[in-house]
Design a protein around this ligand. Sequence first.
Ligand code: TYD
Ligand code: MG
Length: 447
Amino acid sequence: MVKSHSIHVCRECGTNSPRWVGRCPGCGEWNTLDEERQVAASKSAVPLQTTSLRDVSDDAAQCTSTGVGEFDRVLGGGFVEGSTTLLFGEPGVGKSTLALMTLRALAQAGHAVLLIAAEESPAQVAQRARRLGDVPDGLDVAATTNVADAEQLLRERRPTVAVIDSISAMSDDTLSSVAGSVPQVRHAAERLCAVAKSTGIALVLVGHVTKDGELAGPRALEHLVDTVIRVEGDRHGTLRLLRAMKHRFGPTGEVGLLEMANEGLRELPDAALKLRGADLDVPGVVVTVTNDGSRSLLVEVQALVASGIGSPRRVAHQVSSQRLALLLAVLEARCTIDTSGADVFVATAGGLPASEPGVDLALALAVASAVQHFAVARTMVAVGEVGLAGELRPVTGLARRVREAHRLGAEAIIVPAEGELDETPGLVVHRCRSLAEALMVARNGTL
Ligand code: TYD
Ligand code: MG
């Protein structure tokens, strides 16, 4: 027998209360309690059985390819039967496009798929689908925001893969909390995840994030789902990254690279990020090689230093502003490169995020090259973490970074003195102990 009762949950801190109260007993905030339905199964008459792990078959490896190579890459092959994947990102980044591309490719491959559109009408979805190319047979859409209807449809149709776009718009009208509130979204996700598990449907939930990058509903869905994929990218740029933040069936941290084009998201071969020719050398631009998942990417760091009026401005785009502040201080203290009083702008070309410590050296060199008006050859790549004493610290995965930089067209690379490297014939490796040494190499091509 299944009993159901309501509790009230604070949307700020998650504290439960059996009754509605005006002030949360946990965090003291006013009017933050929402009703949540709890379904509790009564005691089962059959005693619980145990199973030897040796006898449990390991069929979790059964994956359905998404048909989008870069998506498969972050998922470690594709969707696992009965699993739930949360696809989240800022509005306009391309979640609906990616979800539709995936369903289209799956339908083309003969899989049963279903899109539950909670935000757009079938006509709007069809318009988007036509932009992607021919619309295959079996690419079915149902428009609803009602979680019970969605649940019933999933049970009846039992598609291989279903997408709910978006989970934030799904609600249960028997709950008193407003549609879109944390308890509604969590309740809807819980019910739909349970359907996925019991029917074997691979379910994709599309989720929104607020401006500060939090999942709408303070990370309320992350623990419910098996996999969390973030779609990253600058909405005004074309580059998009897929990143596995949580993955029950494979490694996390893997990145996929896509490019937003007129006909949807295109897979981006690494070669597209190859180094461009030396004729483009300008002061303030230094290329680095990052370590992201099992991938190394060439990222161009750009700096502009201008005489400011009034209090100096520091603007960092896609790199950490704290790191920038620290590096400006190190440049001043250890290399006598003074930017106090000047406006400093730094960014990465194409909007690729570069937030790991290995980017430090390129960032510092880019600023130095902008201040001192010398150009660093584009075929010279720099990687290393910069310490407060101006020393160059070792970075993770140095050998792979160097290999990849070489493969993508680097002719020389500045690296920290420590760290194992393979032989790379044709690539000049400059080992430097400090930022000051690296600066000398960047300026003169040698120590
Ligand atoms: P969308 O998938 O709707 O974003 P989200 O679901 O994350 O909010 O895509 C948003 C942008 O992508 C939109 O501004 C239009 C653009 N776009 C293209 O450039 N090409 C395309 O083929 C499609 C479908 C969308
Ligand atoms: Mg959308």
